[in-house]
Write a protein that binds this ligand. Sequence first.
Ligand code: KIV
Ligand code: ZN
Length: 514
Amino acid sequence: MDANRVIIFDTTLRDGEQSPGASMNLEEKVKIALVLEELGVDVIEAGFPIASNGDFEGVQAVARTVKNSVICGLARATRGDIERCAEAIRPAARGRIHTFISTSPLHMKYKLQMEPAAVLAKVSESVACARGFTDDVEWSAEDGSRTEPDFLCRCVEAAIAAGARTINIPDTVGYAVPDEYAALIRQLFDRVPNIDRAIISVHCHNDLGLAVANSLAAVQAGARQVECTVNGLGERAGNAAMEEIVMALRTRHDRIPFTTGIATQHITRASRLVSAVTGFPVQPNKAIVGKNAFAHESGIHQDGVLKHAQTYEIMTPDSVGLHRSSLVMGKHSGRAAFKAKLKELGYELAEAAIEDAFARFKDLADRKKDIFDEDIVALVDDAVVRGNDRIRLKALEVLCGTRHNPPSAELDLEIDGKAMSCKATGDGPVDATFAAIRALFPHEARLQLYQVHAVTQGTDAQAEVTVRLEEDGKTVQGQGADTDTMVASARAYVNALNKLLVKRQKTAPAGLPA
Ligand code: KIV
Ligand code: ZN
């Protein structure tokens, strides 16, 4: 491989999915994996097979479906984890086992309760065990950036000697700063005798907002694999954002002369899909994929961009697959125009999904005068999210305002194919609606967040509602969109409940990494 080529290792489906509330079902994981493959991601970390049957099946399904990317599974340094991982990646054209153990004094003492010598022995043992199943083994030093450098060098040397081809040095708690992290990577090149037999990888968390800067500094110090996630999804403050790493390397090739194999025109689509599936909205001012990332509001900027785009635009919207609208949609638009619009927005849907989206578009067009691209994105994303739901919203009628006290909601749901109805009252229309849902599907989950935002401007705008529920320490986030805020709210709550049902099947193993 070209010495300046950086391998993109995407962990949206593993580290990203570990983010509280971001659980995905099997079909959603496969859908995202296919978009990652299309993006040209080199390695897809599809899950942590020992974590649950759902995780195992997710990795296996991705391994069966994706052809062009390496499919990787995560395993702790135990035979049981490694065997389960090997089993899950077996169908892959190219599979990788990624095994890890903590190496920092803090983690060894308190988390593992192991002496350094025992950890070192585990490094060799676990990598050798993984090599029994595949040639492609990655080893990670969890909390690597807070590991004592002498010990880190010895662990890295042992892992390479045992057969690891990729050595990953995570900044697990997002503590490092760029020059310090780069110096640590450089030390490995200077001090580990067999370092030329492995690729050095970096995996940065964003607790101080430095994940991307740290990753790029490490690349300049010799790392040639970057671990990242779409939209920077991940535990706590997230992981390094793939789109930012890739576009920084592309846009500032003059200063950071490294390349990736990413087809950047698919970035926007990948971002939208991940956001729709997880229910994690992308902040409007997020670099590369935020709604405002290419919007020029001020007169001076607009004037400049019109005269010459590069006055205020360092990348083109086209380069990330964001196309300026050429088709205006309304109630008279037909199927062909709708299909063309979907294509323009970067969606490739199956015929049945197009039909479903088209029917909803027509319904929306009857209720709303101007249909903006954002409306169509919200509508299609809403359909993506609801594909395999066990609980479905069928009908809702809410009575509220000064004449109706207390406010009431009459609700029809379909639960596992069975139609159910009820009426409930509450302190307000949202409270009544949620009470009706709780009456039809009793549960203990607590509402942690209820948030509404208008997709576009005007009183006929669609409302996009986010609901976060918490049950036994597990959180899930649901989304719903509709011109009727109460319907959007019910959709969001029902979506969160469906995610909770997926999450209930999962039991996290001890020592789950960041
Ligand atoms: O953050 C971390 O240390 C991890 C490792 C398992 C790579 O996610
Ligand atoms: Zn991590």
